[in-house]
Design a protein around this ligand. Structure first.
Ligand code: LRH
Ligand code: MN
Ligand code: MN
Length: 431
């Protein structure tokens, strides 16, 4: 029996107030979709299958290198982060798993943490390693790189950290390791571009060798930051080459914020899917760079186009199932509210992509009817599927309006009393 953090009766009360209005909207949308030959019930059932993992580090207030403005009642450790993640899933029913980051989330008792997650109805998605900052008491620095460092001792330490993450992940029931390194250079000439990648591959082989057979290693690329002249794993081409070199358990992870402005991300998605190397996503949104803004807050059409490619890939290969994770930094909002609305935005794109009339689209593409092909996508994108999403939540036991239900619950005020502010409470302060 799942232990709910927000009183189930309160959620029911909230739903009771909105139920009639939702039913009316749902029926109206159902009629409109029926005229298009779409069964709203099938769509709602599909929406109910959607899940995106929540990043533990997103539960605390983020910051920039200029400042961090702590929020009230921030989780102080991984167990409190799990509680917040459980609230997000209780109300949205779209975030059944949590992605942990080590050592930020290193549990003193991994078995107890897994039990806590079980009780809260949560699982663990991929675990993330951190060799982009030095930890207290660490023997060798990552100042000049980790997996690609010229220092063999630093490289070995970074490999061992990743292996330790796998071991922890095994105890927690995770099935994947996401590897992102900040390694790169700030000056032309600082680093031998080819030599750094050779060292990366050599180190990554050591990690890959420790992966259980049913695990995946997700290689996450990022154009820049913290390295501002060049990053070793800067783009999907490098990530793809590494994943190919390592073997079938290595796949590429696409963080939406890790590209140059105007990059056609859906095209990258299509390419990686075509060659069997699309492992998963870190969803967020951005205007300028790795802004880690809330998913769908800047360019929802791009998010839709990504899911349009995923729907196409799923049609071609039924076994295709990339990992969905959020990776955001909430600097000015309540993280729980941001994560709930972001999960719903990603779910929205998933449902809208299912509305694309693929037969019609293929026909327009075949006949070079450019305008109608574009309109076919726009028609799906413009459809307001909010009633489907709300009905999916209601039927799965969640809240019709998660943010309203959350505010009415008083959860933040309650935890603010239990969790007095503590320095460095976000768990990262970096993102
Ligand atoms: C790097 C990144 C990566 C890290 C996370 C904290 O910018 O996207 O996924 O693990 O942020
Ligand atoms: Mn990321
Ligand atoms: Mn990032």
């Amino acid at each position: 029996m799942t232990k709910y953090i927000i009183d189930a009766g309160q959620v029911e009360q909230h739903n009771a107030k909105l139920r009639a209005e939702l039913q009316a909207d749902y029926d109206a949308l159902g009629g409109m979709l029926a005229r298009r030959g779409v069964d709203i019930e099938a769509l709602t059932a599909k929406a109910q299958t959607f899940g995106v993992a929540v990043p533990s580090w997103g539960a605390g207030t983020g910051g920039t290198r200029f400042a961090r403005f702590p929020g009230k009642g921030e989780p102080r450790d991984v167990t409190e982060k799990l509680e917040d993640c459980a609230v997000i899933n209780q109300l949205t029913r779209a975030t059944p798993a949590v992605s942990l980051h080590f050592p930020w989330d290193k549990p003193s008792d991994p078995k107890a943490l897994r039990q806590q997650a079980d009780e809260l109805g949560l699982g663990f998605d991929a675990v993330n390693s951190n060799t982009f900052q030095d930890q207290a008491g660490q023997a060798h620095t990552y100042k000049f790189g980790s997996l690609t460092s010229t220092s063999q001792a630093s490289r070995e330490q970074a490999v061992q950290h990743n292996i330790d993450c796998i071991e922890l992940g095994k105890t927690l029931g995770s099935k994947g390791l996401t590897v992102w390194v900040g390694d790169g250079a700030n000056f032309p000439g600082q680093s031998n571009l080819r030599g750094a990648l050779e060292r990366y591959i050599d180190s990554a082989r050591g990690i890959y060798a420790a992966l259980p057979d049913d695990w995946l290693m997700y290689i996450e690329h990022k154009l820049f930051e913290p390295a501002f002249y060049c990053s070793v794993i800067a783009d999907w081409g490098t990530s793809f080459a590494v994943a190919q070199t390592l073997g079938p358990k290595a796949k590429c992870l696409v963080d939406l914020g890790h590209h140059a402005p105007n990059t056609n991300i859906e095209m990258i998605v299509a390419r990686l899917a075509q060659f069997g190397k699309l492992g998963g996503f870190h969803f967020n949104d951005s205007k300028y760079g790795d802004d880690d803004l809330d998913s769908g807050s800047i360019d929802p059409f791009q998010l839709f186009l990504v899911f349009n490619e995923l729907a196409d890939a799923t049609l071609r290969d039924g076994t295709f199932s990339p990992a969905y994770m959020l990776d955001q930094s909430h600097n000015v909002t309540d993280p729980i509210e941001s994560l709930m609305s972001s999960a719903v935005e990603v779910q929205r794109a998933f449902v809208q992509a299912a509305l694309v009339d693929r037969a019609a689209l293929a026909g327009f593409q075949e006949g070079n009817d450019v305008l109608q092909a574009a309109q076919t996508l726009k028609k799906a994108f413009r459809t307001d599927v909010s009633p489907v999403l709300a009905m999916a939540r209601l039927r799965s036991g969640g809240a019709i309006d998660p943010v309203a239900a959350y505010r009415a619950s008083g959860y933040r005020e309650q935890v603010a009393v239990k969790r007095p502010p503590k320095a460095g409470a976000s768990g990262s302060g970096i993102v």
